[in-house]
Write a protein that binds this ligand. Structure first.
Ligand code: BG6
Length: 489
């Protein structure tokens, strides 16, 4: 196992992401022997904590995410340090610089640094510039910048942010997080496609009728109203996670599995997306906002009654869309995407529906047989299911559907690495395959900007779906028009 040496500096170290995801992930890397003993983590944030306070926060976050009987090596926490920080005050950077120097010596970290921005995005640019100007990136090792979403709010703001951080870091030092790319089954899309002789020959408009990507959540907006009401599902989920999954499903086989080759194939998919126009948005996209209802057996409020949400908010909490990829492989094949909050189930799944056979020799209960489906379960189950017609019962021309399953339920997956664990390790190794390049970010924003513009200019008739449902009826009509329906698997 490669054991990279580095100091990880976390901006926003008292925040939710650091506590819920980053600290437990660092611990798992340590426990699984992927971190060398030579590492340090420096937390920075506004609050005036001491190293001891910080270590006990980390301990709390790590312990609460562990199985009860697991012994935690106390030595682990001694690698954590804290510095109160004001992102606009240059003196803070100078202090951090000398702390990093001393930790380099103490922990033999080879002057390698990861600056992880896990905080509100309005300071991303400022921090990147100050890190460079104050000399924190000027070391004998490497420096990398990890950036959480949202990467901008639309194309112009993303471009501006990118220009700012590019003043200080090169593209190959920038790791833009899309945590879906750290999910095991998202990474496996490529493997399923390119390591099996039986799929790739069928992976085109001759044999595939449509592809459906669903990422539904049962939770509402929770405590994130202030961010979410200005964002909405299109920016929050479609611009990044949904389009990334679509690109992996639709890309051409890369000539090699290097970050550059894979990225260049993904970029081509995004370039081939049929452009939306103000006039055709309603034909291709549906938006929704949840009203009150029953979620997981409990009565819940509608979106407009949640904390920090305007009582007449026009923000969408649900999006369904039909995307066309106008290239040779995919001409005519709709890619349907759907994502929303307060839906019936929490699940991320991809369904590839194959075309019907030219003629039916068999019937299932008097009806036409079901099409073949390949289902990729991303979350909570992880695996694949292939739907076949394979069982002839008794006399006559009946065939019954059967499922070939290869998957494990979430509960069995306690040892699969969390997305953040995978991504942190990749970044330490300098592997940027599962991070988003600026070209992808730019194209995705350009695609969704037209839709958000159109929606902003026209008020919706919200709320239009009940909490605990699978979204507004228009989402079903979107597929009905084409003679398809959402598969609920
Ligand atoms: C985040 C969004 O990027 O993804 C959240 O900001 C959303 O709104 C989350 O809840 C969903 O991620 P996952 O891994 O739970 O599907």
């Amino acid at each position: 196992v490669d054991k990279p040496k580095s100091i990880l500096v976390i901006f926003g170290a008292t925040g939710d992401l650091a506590n819920r995801k980053l600290f437990p992930s660092i611990y798992r890397l340590y426990k699984n022997g992927k971190l060398s003993e030579d590492f340090a983590v420096v937390g920075v944030a506004r609050r005036p904590l001491t190293n001891e306070d910080f270590r006990s926060n980390v301990e709390h976050s790590v312990t609460s995410s562990r199985p009860e009987n697991e012994q935690i090596n106390a030595d682990f926490f001694s690698h954590f340090y804290y510095q109160p920080f004001d992102v606009t005050d240059l003196a803070s950077y100078q202090k951090l610089k000398s702390l990093l120097h001393s930790l380099d010596e103490k922990h033999h970290t080879g002057e390698n640094r990861i600056f992880y921005l896990a905080m509100a995005p309005n300071f991303f640019g400022t921090i990147a510039e100050n890190l460079k100007n104050e000399g924190l990136t000027d070391t004998n090792g490497w420096s990398r910048l990890v950036i959480e979403k949202p990467f901008g709010h639309d194309y112009p703001s993303a471009k501006k942010l990118n220009e700012q951080i590019r003043q200080a870091f090169n593209e190959d030092q920038i790791y833009r997080i899309d945590h879906y790319l750290g999910k095991e089954m998202v990474q496996n899309i490529e493997v399923i496609r390119f390591a099996n002789a039986m799929f790739e020959p069928l992976w085109n408009n001759q044999y595939i009728a449509n592809i459906q990507i669903t990422s539904s959540e049962t939770l509402g907006v929770g405590e994130r109203g202030r961010y979410y009401d200005k964002s909405g599902a299109l920016r929050d989920m479609v611009q990044n996670h949904m389009l990334q999954m679509l690109a992996l499903l639709a890309m051409e086989p890369p000539i090699k599995l290097t970050p550059d080759e894979i990225r260049s194939e993904k970029v081509k998919v995004l370039r081939a997306l049929r452009d939306m126009t103000a006039e055709n948005v309603d034909h291709y996209f549906v938006r929704g906002q949840y009203g009150h209802g029953i979620s997981n057996g409990e009565k819940v409020d509608g979106y407009r009654d949640e904390t920090a949400i305007e009582s007449d908010s026009n923000t969408e909490t649900f999006v369904a869309g039909k995307l066309m990829i106008d290239n040779f492989r995919w001409a005519g094949v709709p890619f349907y995407i759907r994502t929303g909050k307060r839906m019936e189930i929490k699940a991320t799944e991809i369904v590839i529906q194959f075309k019907d056979l030219p003629m039916n020799l068999y019937f299932n209960k008097g009806k036409d047989i079901q099409p073949n489906l390949l289902v990729i379960h991303i979350h909570p189950d992880e695996g694949v299911t292939l739907h076949l017609n394979a069982e002839k019962r008794g006399v006559g021309t009946t065939s019954t559907p059967v499922k070939l399953n290869y998957y494990s339920h979430n509960e069995d997956k306690i040892n699969t690495p969390e997305a953040y664990e995978v991504l942190l390790y990749d970044c330490m190794l300098g592997d940027s395959t599962n991070f988003t390049h600026w070209d992808e970010v730019a194209l995705s924003w350009k695609f969704v900007d037209v839709i958000s513009q159109a929606w902003q200019n026209k008020k919706a008739n919200f709320p239009n779906y009940e909490s605990g449902s699978m979204g507004p009826k228009e989402s079903n009509q979107l597929l009905d028009k084409d003679g398809f329906h959402w598969w609920s698997i």
